[in-house]
Design a protein around this ligand. Structure first.
Ligand code: NAP
Ligand code: MG
Length: 481
């Protein structure tokens, strides 16, 4: 069993029980981690609170240097971290390597920003006394970071880096199924000499440790990434204590393909945007609306491109031109996808590619394209978290925008076109927190990312991401006569 991390020490937790971590490609146990309890959460939060006393007083430059040291260690261990991620998450080596690369890029971004946090000076009217005002920017204290299973490392980085660079301490709760690489990263932070207690990792099930973490009096800020259902639950729990929260939740991003689109580029972009990570992406293009004029040609190109995907073990490369795609992360995730697909077919959708599972072990579903399912089918209404792509034919931009907005979600959206009027309308009228023109959906470290509607609120990435870990405090300095 690999222990969790509290106050710089590995521990098996108060219960002394473990939960298995399984390789989704083989269904075999690869390790176990402690089944955390409320007592462990309390110990971790207390450790983080204690560490905060000194950590908040450190120089931003020193904090940035510690993070740079950790980045160098992550680079040193890149291979090991990549393989660890492949085995616990299921994604292919290329994708896992890409995730580590993105993690490092994001950590660097916040290491660079650490020393750029600025307050302000404000002259004040002298009616009460001769005085001036300052707005100083202070860390909040203990942050609880709850991370999902699809991008365990980048979504760890988007919380840990801004939290620590702003001078907070943190307790991380990785998904129960992807704790191992997170623990390795936590070790590297310790090796880089972040003080004990500044970073803590609680393992176990969200349903068992989540409540204790989110409601703990000493947790000031909750950074949650996960499904909308769990997000709602957590928000309810934290509301009585008025925690500062960011809610990065589910999505069902629409993609619009206009008649003037570069169809080859669109087909490639849509394929990457839907089938990367076996379709388990918050910001994947999950509903495609194609103008009548180019529908047949796009579908043909897309079917050809997606036909190259070959499900298989993440650590074995596919022979070119085949492209490796891994398994779904869990058996539940696979069942959910198959149920959604059946519902799409029941609602008149036609499966033009895939639609079945792969023989043998592993939670595989073959990459699937389904055309024109009913507009009230589950793939249209819900988040489809796997390798199933529904495509609809539309007659004009009004219809495309209306259908794009006909969703409770509002995470991302994209359009393939070179027409400035179409770009302008999509930018302004489609309800989503981030939009791409002629590009697949990708979260840049430099740009604020977060949803509208039931996709949540608050931003990660960018300078805005750091703002969410700081409180603006006004200070009036008077008595200057
Ligand atoms: P999930 O089931 O909502 O779980 C997310 C995290 O919440 C996990 O660590 C989970 O722990 C924990 N959790 C579960 N119940 C909890 C509770 N009662 N209290 C506190 N924590 C609890 O999501 P997932 O299946 O891991 O990830 C997929 C979802 O995340 C999708 O909906 C996807 O769109 C969304 N997502 C959103 C973004 C974004 O930036 N908007 C990015 C990536 C993913 P356990 O694993 O132990 O259950
Ligand atoms: Mg889940």
């Amino acid at each position: 069993m690999t222990g969790m991390l509290i106050a710089g020490e590995r521990t098996e937790g108060a219960a002394g029980e473990g939960i298995d971590v399984v390789d989704p490609a083989t269904e075999e146990k690869i390790d176990a981690v402690p089944r955390g309890t409320a007592a462990d959460v309390d110990a971790a939060v207390e450790a983080a609170d204690k560490a905060f006393a000194d950590w908040q007083k450190t120089d931003a430059e020193d904090r940035a240097n510690l993070l740079r040291k950790a980045i160098a260690l992550i680079e040193r261990d890149r291979k090991d971290l990549t393989m660890s991620l492949v085995h616990e998450q299921g994604k292919p080596v290329t994708e896992a390597g890409g995730e580590i690369h993105h993690l490092i890029h994001g950590l660097n971004y916040y290491a660079d920003l650490a020393t750029k946090v600025r307050g302000s000076y404000q002259p004040l009217p002298s009616a009460l006394s001769k005085a001036y005002g300052m707005v100083i920017r202070r860390p909040m204290g203990v942050v609880a970071a709850i991370v999902p299973n699809n991008f365990p490392l980048t979504l760890l980085g988007t919380k840990v880096a801004p939290a620590l660079m702003a001078g907070n301490t943190i307790v991380v709760k990785p998904a129960a199924t992807t704790p191992l690489t997170t623990l390795k990263i936590a070790d590297l932070l310790l090796e880089a000499e972040f003080p004990p207690g500044v970073v803590n990792v609680i393992t176990g099930k969200g349903s068992e440790v989540g409540d204790a973490l989110v409601t703990h009096d000493k947790v000031r800020r909750v950074a949650f990434t996960g499904s909308t259902a769990v997000g709602r639950h957590i928000m309810g729990l934290a509301a009585p204590k008025l925690k500062r929260m960011t809610m990065e939740l589910g999505g069902s991003d629409p993609v619009i393909v206009a008649p003037d689109a570069n169809l080859k580029a669109a087909a490639r972009g849509i394929a990457i945007g839907r089938f990367w990570n076996c379709g388990q992406m918050c910001l994947g293009g999950k509903r495609v609306y194609v103008f009548d004029e180019v529908y047949d040609e796009l579908l043909e190109q897309l079917t050809r491109t997606v036909g190259k995907y070959e499900p298989g073990l993440g650590w074995e490369k596919a022979e070119k031109p085949a492209i490796r795609v891994g398994p779904l992360h869990t058996a539940d995730g696979r069942n959910e996808i198959l149920e959604q697909l059946q519902d799409a077919v029941d609602g008149g959708g036609e499966v033009v590619l895939g639609g079945d599972t792969r023989e043998g072990k592993g939670y595989f579903v073959n990459p699937t394209i389904v055309t024109n399912p009913a507009l009230d089918s589950r793939v249209a209404r819900e988040e489809t978290f796997g390798p199933v792509l529904p495509i609809w034919r539309v007659s004009d931009l009004d219809e495309a925008i209306r259908l794009a907005n006909d969703s409770e979600y509002g995470l991302g959206a994209s359009v393939w076109t070179n027409d400035i009027r179409t770009i302008h309308r999509v930018a302004n009228e489609v309800e989503a927190g981030m939009k791409w023109v002629n590009q697949f959906h990708y979260g840049y470290d430099e740009l604020p990312f977060g949803g509208v509607k039931q996709s949540g609120y608050g931003k990660e990435h960018g300078q805005e991401g750091l703002d969410y870990y700081l409180e603006d405090i006004s200070v009036v300095v008077g008595g200057l006569e």
